[in-house]
Design a protein around this ligand. Structure first.
Ligand SMILES: [Zn+2]
Length: 438
């Protein structure tokens, strides 16, 4: 598929502020041949194809490109909702340079052939670096095939429907033996129900069901418990329970900024799993975030059409888009004093890289891949679904006033997004190639 205009360059200088380890420095970053090759003082100069000079704009800061460990970019038979092209265009606009795709596609990515078909789609269409998780296979043969090719895959994802899969224990133990990451959607199907009334879904999909699921999966895997990562934590209790088992933990901006009242107002358009919870629960989760108890922020970008979302509340599918709003929302939290910018960098890039076991991404440092996002911390904007690159033009954050936004995204040293315009990447990568060797 044609991806449009290209801005290719060999050597680029960024001048201005940037996040380096846990502080914000003023200086020069040299990008050459897809890598960061030097960090220098403000006066440094050399011949370059492009110089991005923000020295007179103190509100502009370069950060490592976001690594989103949790996306549903659909594709295959669900391409009418989203595909690898539109999803990753949304990613670059949102300042994200790496995404990892969940396996609940149609067909599911629980067979090696389907996984390779998906990777081919990304190779042809993606604007960012990408990876995929495998689903829990339905047979031991399929599991063995996936484990054999594990070098090309980022891990496994367990959905509530998989808890009763006869191959679940073998998958968990196989993941342990292969040092594979396992992402857990924790909601115990034995303890969850559906509900007809918007605003009340948290009463039938409770925090207890999440805690039960965390423990159930641990018990199934024990004693060979793999590297586990709790997806989309919606309460402080879940975070603590997951940490008790040494799981890493992710949350999603909607669990920090919206609550069950949003679901009451928007109905299915704010229907997500786990559900939005009451304000007191949200406040506790925000406290845990501020205290450094959360490891990662993902988008859980999960688009559905307006028609699908317009079904009666009890029947409508769960999930909302998020890839284009994650960074503006996180920068707003910086402006509110909830987090510092280096903390946001840790949550959205450095920690996701380490959870995924990736080397040479997630930081601005010499030798790292030249994936950078330049943000303006003070620019104000309003979230409007109709402006999304995503096929999904609705959002529970409609009309949300954010402060701070990505203005430029650089992938492997090429500008892929600048001031509202998207450019084709020179090179994209299956990030499993960056996985640490054991
Ligand atoms: Zn998800």
């Amino acid at each position: 598929m044609e991806r449009g205009a290209k801005i290719k360059m060999k050597k680029m200088l960024y001048k201005g502020k940037f996040v380096f380890n846990d502080s914000i420095l003023q200086g020069t970053i040299l990008l050459e041949n897809e890598k960061i090759t030097g960090i220098h003082g403000p006066a440094y100069s050399t011949d370059a194809d492009v110089v991005l000079d923000y020295q007179t704009q103190p509100q502009v800061v370069a950060i490592p490109g976001l690594i989103d460990p949790h996306t549903h970019f659909r594709g295959f038979n669900l391409s009418y909702k989203e595909d690898e092209y539109t999803g990753t265009r949304g990613a670059v606009k949102g300042g994200c340079t790496t995404i990892v795709e969940m396996p609940n596609t149609q067909p599911k990515m629980d067979r090696i052939q389907t996984i390779y078909k998906k990777l081919k789609e990304y190779e042809k269409k993606s604007f960012v670096d990408y990876g995929v998780y495998a689903g829990v296979p339905s047979s031991i043969e399929n599991l063995e095939e996936i484990l054999e090719h594990f070098g090309d895959i980022m891990g496994f994802k367990i959905f509530p429907a998989d808890y009763s899969n006869p191959c679940l224990k073998a998958t968990l133990n196989g993941a342990y033996d292969s040092n594979a990451l396992v992402i857990l959607h924790a909601e115990d199907p034995d303890l969850t129900q559906e509900c007809e009334t918007p605003g009340e879904r948290w009463k039938v999909r409770t925090i207890e069901s999440v805690l039960s699921a965390i423990n159930k999966i641990y018990a199934i895997a024990y004693p060979k418990v793999p590297r586990m990562h709790l997806a989309h934590a919606s309460s402080a209790e879940e975070v603590l329970e997951a940490k008790r088992h040494n799981y890493t933990v992710e949350t999603i901006p909607h669990y920090l900024l919206l609550d069950s009242e949003t679901e009451r107002k928007l109905g299915s358009f704010a229907k997500i799993n786990p559900p939005l919870r009451p304000q007191t629960v949200v406040q506790q989760l925000v406290e845990v975030l501020k205290q450094g108890g959360i490891d990662a922020i993902g988008s859980d970008h999960a688009p559905h059409t307006v028609e699908e979302k317009s079904a009666p509340f009890i029947e409508a599918p769960s999930g909302v888009p998020g890839i284009e709003v994650t960074l503006p929302l996180m920068l707003t939290m910086v402006n509110w004093g909830w987090l510092t910018l280096p903390q946001v960098v840790r949550l959205t890039s450095t920690n996701p890289a380490s959870i995924l076991g990736l080397e040479r991404v997630g930081k601005i440092a010499p030798g790292y891949v030249a994936n950078l996002t330049i943000v303006d911390l003070k620019v104000k904007g309003v979230i409007l679904g109709e402006k999304f690159e995503s096929k999904c033009k609705h959002t529970p954050f409609e009309n949300f006033k954010h402060v701070g936004s990505p203005i430029t995204t650089i992938l492997h040293g090429d500008i892929v997004y600048r001031d509202g315009e998207i450019f084709a990447p020179g090179h994209t990568l299956n990030v499993s190639k960056l996985k640490k060797q054991r």
